[in-house]
Design a protein around this ligand. Structure first.
Ligand SMILES: Cc1cc2nc3c(=O)[nH]c(=O)nc-3n(C[C@H](O)[C@H](O)[C@H](O)COP(=O)(O)OP(=O)(O)OC[C@H]3O[C@@H](n4cnc5c(N)ncnc54)[C@H](O)[C@@H]3O)c2cc1C
Length: 264
């Protein structure tokens, strides 16, 4: 999907599609729609004139993530799709077993492929470690938890995923509400969808539902409130306050990075 997106261009506050024919209007709106899967934090930054909600968007926070995929000369290391790791002496938080997702992902039965997942903040020590060092760390940690010794690791690859998790910190709900009420002024010319498009801790099904509901709205079908999809999870977070680890979020290095359009 990313290949089809050319990035969020400048979004003009007063774009007007009213004069277009219905078909052209729909086409234009769908193009705009495709682009608005970008994180709220980035989108608001691109809007001119500068919206009052810019500061709110700028303070939205994200947990980042990286995964180290290791090819291991062994049959499957465990039968599950993934396991969470609670061992305090290692940094890995979860391990994916890709063949359990689909045998076609790892067709060689003599080789296992597992993804060691590290939850981190962009710019922190883990994120900044070079790829070879991360592969070495993951191999050591695989041994530390007794799944395979480093000599069995054939090779590894690192994938970094910025903004993997929208953070629900103390003020996020108020910030999102302010941004939303400002974005509502665009009407159907600008539709927010997806996980980071709504700053909502969505699964794939929720994310797809936001897109389906947006298309319904554009086609003049039943009018949905897209921001209501999976809204209950936000309320749920408030109900389980003691388990909320990010009520006071640390100041990760990424927050100091310049945003798009700013000079370093
Ligand atoms: C580690 C992890 C594990 C998960 N496991 C599950 C699971 O087991 N089951 C499940 O249902 N869900 C899972 N999820 C959630 C699921 O991945 C998301 O809900 C879903 O991918 C969100 O879909 P989306 O289309 O909103 O965003 P994405 O899939 O993130 O797609 C957004 C796309 O937009 C691109 N983009 C962003 N900004 C711009 C821009 N400015 N210009 C152009 N392109 C841009 C991005 O590169 C990306 O390709 C998981 C998420 C993570 C991070």
């Amino acid at each position: 999907m990313a290949g089809a997106l050319s990035g969020v261009d400048e979004v003009a506050r007063n774009s007007n599609t009213k004069a277009l024919s219905k078909i052209n209007q729909l086409r234009k709106e769908l193009i705009v729609l495709k682009r608005n899967i970008a994180p709220v934090r980035e989108l608001v930054e691109k809007i001119t004139p500068t919206p009052i909600s810019r500061l709110h968007a700028r303070n939205l926070r994200y947990r980042d993530f990286l995964t180290v995929a290791l090819m291991v000369k062994k049959p499957d290391l465990f039968p599950d799709n993934w396991i969470y790791i609670h061992e305090p002496d290692v940094q890995v938080g979860r391990i994916q077993n890709y063949r359990s997702w689909s045998p076609w992902m790892v067709p060689d039965p003599t080789t296992a492929c597992v993804g060691l997942e590290y939850f981190c903040f962009r710019g922190d020590d883990l994120w900044s470690m070079d790829d070879d060092a991360l592969v070495a760390l993951a191999s050591e940690e695989l041994a530390a938890i007794g799944l395979a010794t480093p000599d069995k690791v054939k090779r590894g690859y690192v994938v970094r995923v910025p903004m993997a998790y929208p953070i629900y910190d103390r003020d996020y709900a108020e910030r999102v509400a302010t941004i939303r009420s400002w974005l509502d002024g665009f009407g159907t010319n600008l539709v927010q969808i997806g996980r980071n498009g709504l700053h909502r801790y969505n699964n794939s099904d929720h994310s797809m539902l936001t897109a389906m509901r947006a298309v319904d709205n554009l086609l003049g079908g039943p009018v949905h409130d897209i921001w209501a999809v999976n809204a209950e999870s936000a309320y749920h977070e408030e109900d389980v306050e003691p388990e909320q680890p990010y009520r006071n979020v640390p100041e990760p290095p990424a927050m100091a990075e310049p945003l798009a359009g700013e000079s370093a």
